[in-house]
Design a protein around this ligand. Structure first.
Ligand code: ARG
Length: 717
């Protein structure tokens, strides 16, 4: 055999084994192409057909999966349009419907009749009608375009394709980009705008363990809430109306109470938001060394300032609860991601992968210079890389900043002669923003955040990057320390700005001039930071982002030739995906083994009376002590609470159904585990687990703890 043949054989063997060894647990697969995975799924225990998952002519599982508000997933579980999702997905709606007098966040809520259900303004769900690869309609038209023109062209073509796809229908559509622009898919949806809250456990169940347990296993959270989709009398998607009726879905998920054991097939169907599995070594290094902890440090300021005020007053607690939860969630995420990127040596893993790629790319003009160009781009960008998180997560993290930024677009309208009509329009927008501001702000904490984020910016960001406003503030500070000067300045801003006072804003709007606006201390402050960043670095940052995206796209394309098995599935991009695997325990470290499930016993073990994260409703304790678990008890008589699988999920999957081999609901996915917090960048087979609430705990909580008959609506197997 000659050398070439030997080489070729080696390559083929390699290609074959690498495909066969492709871990079945890793991968977020497109439902329309799931046929490709079918043999492997069957081998793992799956009992249905590919058409049972996705079919455009007959009802299939996809008809029971909803994209929940654009940030989560839900599933239809009854013929009356009842939807299950996570408690943390319903959190904003639940907190928004809570008052100190009727505090459903703390006490829970179960609608007794349809009339009791609470319409949630602005909340929508979308159900996938169909999806289609439209790469051929887009890619050929992008050749030779600059990144900027390319983005504009993709946008324009996407709109045209969507429009054509929905003509004469009531559907909505969008075209999504895959693999940094290597592929495009069209998604046609039915969008429902009348969504009502049906039930929620008290947060002592739905958020049990709080931030202490968040992103960690073993877990004991009953992370679910219940909604209902309403439609017109003709069963069509419709805006909210008292006349609307519960939606009759094409398909709803049956529920299995049979229980689970390690090795059982499990499948998660939902809308994962974003992964970045092709992130390069330089991106990992930058995140670990600089940007992640910049985000954490600035979010920490907000969390501490809010918490102090929330602990003083229930009304403040309810006002800030949802924002607090969402900032805290990704505050801890970035701490965990940093820790695991280091621990799992992800930087070195990436370097190794890239070394192989570079070797392969030698002599291939399209690919051989990617990493040289990338390294140069990162080198130029690194000195300014923390500026952005200090702005977006710090300086701009106040409610006041949001109100000011909302006014930015009005400044242009105020130039020159202002007609009565323009004036009325400006007033309408400004007052709507003002109402929103007043509904969300807590001034004492906002002021603290203002001063403290300024302080850390001042200390941590290189002086030549500072906006002039900082030296102006310090120049008037007298003998004060910078910290004292910043606190004093914050007091002055909140006392005088039109953006912190309805009356002052109204007065300003009687005669809104650019001069008066620019003299406003809050406007001057925030615009000072924004303009400084844009004039000094705007062009450079845009260039970096364009180069980074172009090279990432080329890199992924090269990888499809170099190592096809590494590109078997696309990164998450808020489109609907399937991941399949098994119920599986794990060992977090040498000598320690975590069970695949948790039970009521663990809930009781963690119980701390009066604690804000580990308190329990009295009724839970009574039911537990009476071992009143009804038909929801596990085989050994315990109350099942949580379980883990090796499914590949990320944020956005929250609320997704976990299905057994027959497509029956066995749980709701709600989190990932600490040891695999680097999972959005690299899938670690040994550690990565998906944390789920057992459906039996969900139903027990509704029926026994909540005393609700909603369970009767379900199809129980
Ligand atoms: N970490 C979960 C996720 O992003 C959210 C968990 C919500 N619970 C909490 N205690 N914040 O999917």
């Amino acid at each position: 055999m000659n050398k070439l043949k030997l080489l070729l054989l080696g390559f083929l063997l390699f290609a074959e084994t690498s495909f066969a060894n492709f871990p079945p647990d890793e991968g977020m697969w497109l439902p329309s192409l799931i046929g490709k995975n079918y043999q492997q799924m069957k081998k793992q225990g799956f009992k249905l057909t590919a058409k049972d998952i996705y079919d455009i002519n007959n009802a299939s599982l996809k008809d029971a999966i909803v994209w929940f508000g654009g940030f989560c997933t839900g599933e239809i579980v009854s013929s009356q349009g009842m939807v299950f999702t996570n408690h943390h997905c319903g959190y904003d709606a639940i907190a928004g419907k809570s008052t100190p007098e009727d505090n459903i966040l703390d006490n829970g809520f179960w609608a007794k009749t349809n009339a009791d259900e609470k319409p949630i303004e602005g909340l929508w769900v979308q159900i996938l009608v169909r999806m289609e690869d439209v790469s051929d309609q887009i890619l050929p038209q992008l050749a030779g375009l600059s990144e900027k023109d390319r983005a504009a062209k993709v946008n324009q073509l996407g709109q045209e394709i969507s429009k054509k796809a929905t003509e004469g229908t009531a559907y909505t559509a969008r075209v999504s980009e895959f693999a940094k622009g290597n592929a495009y898919y069209l998604y046609v949806f039915e969008k429902f705008d009348d969504i009502r809250l049906v039930g929620t456990p008290p947060q002592s169940i739905g958020k049990y363990g709080g931030d202490t347990d968040n992103w960690e296993w073993p877990r004991h959270t009953g992370d679910f809430s219940v909604f209902r989709i309403y439609a017109s009398k003709e069963n069509k998607a419709a805006k909210y109306s008292a006349e609307n009726v519960p939606y009759k879905p094409k398909k709803h998920l049956p529920v299995s109470l049979k229980g689970i054991k390690p090795g059982d097939f499990s499948m998660v169907f939902g809308f994962p938001g974003r992964t970045n599995r092709f992130e390069n070594s330089m991106g990992v290094k930058l995140a670990v060394e600089k940007t992640n902890m910049a985000i954490v440090k600035n979010r920490d300021i907000r969390l501490k300032a809010w918490k102090e005020e929330m602990d003083k007053d229930v009304a403040v607690k309810l006002k800030l609860a949802s924002e607090y939860a969402s900032i805290a969630n990704y505050w801890k995420y970035f701490i965990g991601q940093t820790e695991q990127l280091k621990k799992l040596n992800v930087y070195d893993q990436k370097l190794k992968l890239e070394a192989g790629f570079k070797e392969w790319a030698k002599g291939k003009p399209e690919y051989e210079h990617i990493f040289d160009e990338w390294a140069k781009a990162y080198e130029a960008y690194t000195p300014i890389a923390t500026h952005n998180p200090y702005l977006s997560q710090g300086i701009m993290g106040t409610s006041l900043a949001a109100n000011v930024l909302g006014f930015r677009s009005l400044e242009a309208q105020m130039k020159g002669e202002i007609t009565a009509e323009t004036k009325a329009k400006i007033k309408e927008t400004a007052m709507a923003n003002m109402t929103e501001y007043l509904n969300s702000v807590n001034v004492p904490s906002d002021k603290k955040i203002f001063a403290q984020t300024l302080q850390v910016f001042y200390e941590d960001i290189a002086k030549d990057q500072h906006p002039e406003i900082i030296s102006e503030i310090l120049a008037t500070a007298g003998s004060n320390t910078p910290a004292a000067a910043f606190a004093k300045y914050a007091d002055m801003v909140y006392a005088n700005s039109i953006f912190n006072s309805k009356e002052k804003m109204e007065k300003f709007l009687e005669n809104p001039t650019v001069e008066a606006l620019n003299a406003d201390p809050a406007y001057k402050y925030y615009m000072g930071f924004l303009k400084n960043y844009q004039t000094k670095y705007g062009k450079q940052v845009a260039e970096f982002q364009e180069t980074d995206k172009r090279l990432a796209r080329t890199y992924i394309k090269g990888m499809t030739e170099y190592n096809p098995s590494a590109v078997a599935y696309y990164d998450a991009n808020s489109t609907i995906r399937i991941t399949y695997g098994n119920v599986q325990d794990y060992s977090p470290k040498d000598g320690v083994k975590y069970s695949y499930r948790t039970t009521g016993e663990g809930v009781m073990e963690k119980y701390k009376p009066g604690d804000y994260e580990f308190d329990l409703p009295q009724k839970f304790i009574e039911l537990y002590n009476a071992r009143d678990f009804g038909r929801y008890a596990d085989k050994d008589g315990e109350l099942p609470v949580g379980f883990i699988t090796n499914n590949d999920i990320t944020g956005g999957n929250s609320g997704s159904p976990v299905l057994n081999a027959k497509g029956e609901l066995i749980g709701l996915a709600f989190d990932g585990n600490w040891e695999a917090m680097s999972g959005d960048i690299i899938f670690d087979k040994k550690y990565k687990r998906c944390i789920n609430v057992d459906i039996r705990y969900v139903l027990w909580t509704i029926e026994k703890l909540g005393g609700s008959s909603l369970v009767n609506e379900l199809t129980i197997k």
